[in-house]
Design a protein around this ligand. Structure first.
Ligand code: FES
Length: 157
């Protein structure tokens, strides 16, 4: 019979994908701060996966690239360094801890506030990383801070 060579399809790049760096740029720091079409974006490389989000926290514009990543209920979250808001890397959901009033034992559990932080698409091609900004027609809380200028050292309160 005929021999078949299997060639893996290279990942297709969107027309609006913007080159932000190489995979090796993530070896040391595992995160990259960048600007895509005037928008501040942070890309995290966590457990083998890339996640791009608006860099400015949806709460008050805190610098998410300076936050720690924590596992909350099996979801990797970035913890904003300013007021410790928790944002799911994969979805941009804001999480909060609360008590279900129906629960007689008053145990705290995590709840989602829904998607608050804009996430963006990451494409890896030939060792290069590209970001495609997500559709801004649907408004999200983080949009408000996405184009402001901030001083990373100063927390406003
Ligand atoms: Fe991020 Fe307040 S600015 S928690």
């Amino acid at each position: 019979g005929q021999r078949q060579t299997v060639v893996s399809e290279p990942e297709e790049l969107d027309e609006s994908a913007v080159f932000v760096g190489k995979e090796e740029d993530f070896k040391v720091c595992k995160r990259l701060r960048t600007t895509v079409n005037d928008r501040e974006v942070v890309i995290f490389h966590h457990l083998g996966k890339y996640h791009a989000l608006d860099l400015r926290c949806y709460h008050a514009g805190g610098p998410l690239h300076l936050g720690e990543i924590e596992d909350i209920n099996g979801q990797a979250c970035i913890i904003c360094p300013w007021h410790k808001y928790k944002i799911v890397l994969e979805t941009g959901e804001g999480l909060y801890q609360g008590v279900n009033p129906q629960d007689p034992r008053r145990t705290k559990t995590w709840f989602s506030k829904g998607k608050k932080q804009r996430t963006h698409k990451v494409t890896v091609k030939d060792g290069s990383i590209y970001v495609t900004l997500s559709d801004v027609n649907v408004e999200l809380d983080s949009d408000f801070f996405a184009k402001e200028k901030f001083n990373d050292e100063a927390c406003p309160d």
